[in-house]
Write a protein that binds this ligand. Structure first.
Ligand code: HEC
Length: 285
């Protein structure tokens, strides 16, 4: 029950984030889409040579147990699918549900793409309850050897396709340039997941809170200490603050976020009040 709730909650958050993004940015584009099954069928002997067996943690909303799979990065390499210059991978499930995972995370923790449940007949998977319906766990499922340390939303199951993106293709002008450091990108990921539902950068994002970059960047008129403390406890500054307290962010998260904000100073979409007013009108059309 609790895990179902978490699952629902995670999906809601993802949906809210995506909804708020698509309001001010172009619809999420998914270039370079691959059908996993097609890729598996070609040279399937290479895949079977590299099969590993992996056990999932027991506390999981997806299928549980032992699975046969292949190291996902090895699989991409075998298929000559290059992840150079890409920031994000989006897995797409049978029902169209999408989960995006930073490629930096995939490279660091090297997940397994499971294609068979151990002991089950080929093509047969345990079913999982989702949205009051039973769904098949397969045909493909992403499993992490790091177990529960990996966020619950990063265990997509029933997946059939994936696509690769870089941030600017999805998030437009709020994305740092591809050449930005990993710390800046980590900061951007925090902005996207935690701030963008309410705040915009370069006019991309939510509009419940103030814009963070144009015409002036937060770091040009607020001290870094103020930003760090405000995020933790807005109500300790303003009795009527409508901002959520985001005390769960670590000092490192905040440092990365500030690096991202500082980087975006160099990439403003508009620099004057007039220029920004025009851009804003265009963005809201
Ligand atoms: C639920 C919506 C919401 C979220 C999420 C949110 N904010 Fe805010 N934020 C606001 C609103 C609304 C304000 C305007 C002042 C207020 O109500 O506190 C604000 C104000 C601020 C201010 C003060 C700006 C000023 O000039 O006074 C800072 C700094 C800030 N937000 C940073 C952040 C950061 C960084 C994040 C993400 C880690 C974030 N906020 C996430 C809604 C949000």
């Amino acid at each position: 029950m609790i895990s179902l709730f978490i699952q629902f909650f995670t999906k809601c958050i993802v949906t809210i984030v995506i909804m708020s993004l698509t309001q001010t940015t172009q619809a999420l584009s998914l270039p370079k889409e691959w059908d996993i099954h097609k890729a598996f069928l070609e040279n399937s002997s290479d895949i079977h040579k590299n099969t590993v067996i992996i056990q999932t943690p027991t506390e999981l909303y997806g299928p549980k147990g032992r699975f046969e799979g292949i190291d996902f990065l090895k699989f991409l390499a075998q298929k000559n699918i290059s992840i150079e210059n890409m920031d994000l991978i989006t897995f797409i499930a049978v029902d169209g549900y999408k989960v995006s995972i930073p490629l930096s995370y995939i490279k660091k923790y090297s997940p397994i793409l499971a294609f068979k449940q151990v002991g089950a007949r080929a093509g047969k998977w345990d079913t999982v309850w989702f949205d009051n319906a039973k769904v098949q766990g397969g045909p493909y499922y992403l499993i992490w050897t790091q177990g529960e340390a990996v966020p619950i939303s990063y265990w997509p199951y029933a997946i059939v396709k994936f696509s690769l993106q870089n941030y600017s293709e999805i998030y437009g002008k709020s994305a740092p340039p591809f050449s930005a450091s990993n710390k800046v990108k980590a900061g951007f990921e925090i902005f996207q997941t935690t701030c963008a539902p309410c705040h915009s950068v370069n006019l991309q994002g939510g509009d419940k809170g103030p814009e963070m970059n144009v015409p002036k960047n937060f770091t040009e008129y607020l001290s870094e200490d103020f930003i760090k403390n405000y995020v933790k406890s807005p109500l300790s500054y303003r009795a009527n603050s409508r901002m959520l307290s985001l005390a769960h962010l670590s000092p490192e998260n905040m440092e990365d976020l500030l690096l991202y904000l500082n980087e975006m100073k160099k990439h403003k979409v508009c620099k004057s009040q007039e220029d920004c007013a025009t851009k804003l009108k265009e963005a809201r059309k």
